[in-house]
Design a protein around this ligand. Structure first.
Ligand code: EPS
Length: 346
C-alpha cells in the first residue's frame, strides 16, 4: 500500500509530507520535484504569494545517493512567509471558503485558525508527493498531464486571459474546467470486487479533495445521459501484437472501476476563488453583526494550478493501484512482474 500524510500551515514554518510504500531502487531527482512545484505556482490569475514563495523540496529521508531505500520518504518545503504568530485575527467568514464551517466545527473564535490549514498552500506537499509518484510511473511508460479548457466560460486562451483581467478589474474571481489525461496504462488496475477498490472512485476522491473542486466526470461523463447505449459504449477490437483496443474512449479508460488499457480522461470543475476584493455579505462571528466578508491575499483564478495538483494526486492514486497489481519491494522485481503480465495480456 502506498500512503502519504501532509502537515503544515500556510504561514507556518513549512510544509511536510511523508510518502510511505514506494519500492527500493528508484532514482529520484529533487530538481524534478521542484519543477512540478514551480508548475503549481504558475498560471493565469495567480496571487502575490506566488512571487514570495520559491517552493523547493528538501528530502530528509528515504533516499541514499538519490535512490529510494524502500523506507518512508520525508519531504520538507519551507515557507518564506512564515508569520503565523504575527498575523491578525479574522472574524468575518468568506462565503465559499472553509471559514465558517471550520470555525463552528473546531469551536474557534478566530477564523485564522481555520484558514491557515484550509489554504490551498497545503497542495504544495501533495504535488511533491505526486511528483515522486510520476517519476515511478514513468519507469513503466505511464504519463500524467493536464490541460485547462475553460476559464470563466471562455475556451480560447486569449479570451481566458481577458476574462481574468476583467475579473481583476471588477475585484472578482473565476473558476473553470481542466482535464487530466493518464496515458500508457495497462488494463487491470483497480478492481470491481469491492467499492473502495474501484479506481474511478479512488481518483474522484483524490481530485475532489483539492480545494475549490466541485465536479468531476470521466470520459463522456454527463454526456452519457443524452445517448443510447449503442452510441456510447466503446466497442472492443483485437489485433495480434497490439492486444485488445477501442476506437472510442467514452468510458475515459475505466470500466467496472478497472483500467481497460485506454487512457484515463477526467474533466474537473473548480469554483471561483472564495476571497473577493469586493466581498459578499457575511456575519462577524464574535458580534454576530452583519457586514462584509474578510479580504485575504488570494488568487483571482487558480484553475491551471489545480490541474497540476490534480495530475499529481492522480499520479499518487495510479502508483498505488500499480503497486497493488505488480507490487514488490524493489523496482527490478516490479519490472519483472509487469513485463510478465504485459506478455500474458497480449
Ligand atoms: C496558495 C497560498 C495562499 C493563497 C492561495 C493559494 O497564500 P496566502 O494566503 O498567503 O496568499 O495565495 O490560497 C487560497 C486562495 C485559499 O483560499 O486557500 C498556494 O500556495 O497555492
Amino acid at each position: 500500500m502506498l500512503r502519504f500524510l501532509t502537515a503544515g500551515e500556510s504561514h507556518g514554518q513549512g510544509l511536510l509530507a511523508i510518502l510511505e510504500g514506494l519500492p527500493a531502487g528508484l532514482r529520484v531527482e529533487e530538481e524534478r520535484i521542484n519543477l512540478e512545484l514551480r508548475r503549481r505556482q504558475l498560471g493565469i490569475g495567480r496571487g502575490p504569494r506566488m512571487n514570495i514563495e520559491k517552493d523547493k523540496v528538501q528530502i530528509i529521508s528515504g533516499l541514499k545517493k538519490g535512490i529510494t531505500l524502500g523506507s518512508p520518504i520525508g519531504i520538507l518545503i519551507q515557507n518564506r512567509d512564515a508569520r503565523i504568530d504575527k498575523l491578525p485575527g479574522v472574524f468575518s467568514p468568506r462565503p465559499g471558503h472553509a471559514d465558517l464551517s471550520g470555525a463552528l466545527k473546531y469551536g474557534f473564535s478566530d477564523i485564522r485558525n481555520v484558514l491557515e490549514r484550509a489554504s490551498a498552500r497545503e497542495t504544495a506537499s501533495r504535488v511533491a508527493v505526486g511528483a515522486i509518484c510520476k517519476i515511478f510511473l514513468e519507469v513503466f511508460g505511464i504519463a500524467v498531464s493536464s490541460n485547462t479548457i475553460n476559464i470563466g466560460g471562455k475556451t480560447v486562451v486569449e479570451e481566458m486571459f481577458n476574462q481574468v483581467k476583467l475579473a481583476q478589474m471588477k475585484k472578482d474571481t473565476l473558476g473553470g474546467i481542466f482535464e487530466v489525461l493518464i496515458e500508457g496504462l495497462p488494463a487491470g488496475l483497480g478492481s470491481y470486487v469491492h467499492w473502495d477498490r474501484r479506481l474511478d472512485g479512488r481518483l474522484a476522491q483524490a481530485v475532489i479533495s483539492i480545494p475549490g473542486i466541485k465536479a468531476i466526470e470521466f470520459g463522456l461523463g454527463f454526456g452519457y445521459a443524452e445517448c443510447f447505449g449503442s452510441q456510447v459504449h466503446d466497442a472492443i477490437y483485437y489485433r495480434k501484437g497490439k492486444g485488445y483496443y477501442r476506437r472510442t474512449n467514452n468510458a475515459g479508460g475505466l470500466e467496472g472501476g478497472v483500467t481497460n488499457g485506454e487512457p484515463i480522461l477526467l474533466r474537473v470543475c473548480m469554483k471561483p476563488i472564495a476571497t473577493l476584493k469586493q466581498p459578499l455579505d457575511s456575519v462577524n462571528i464574535l458580534s454576530k453583526k452583519s457586514g462584509k466578508a474578510s479580504i485575504q491575499r488570494a488568487d483571482i483564478c487558480a484553475v491551471e494550478a489545480a490541474g497540476v495538483i490534480a495530475e499529481n494526486m492522480c499520479a499518487f492514486v495510479v502508483a498505488d493501484a500499480f503497486l497493488e497489481k505488480f507490487g514488490a519491494d524493489s523496482i527490478s522485481e516490479i519490472k519483472a512482474n509487469y513485463l510478465n503480465y504485459r506478455k500474458k495480456i497480449g
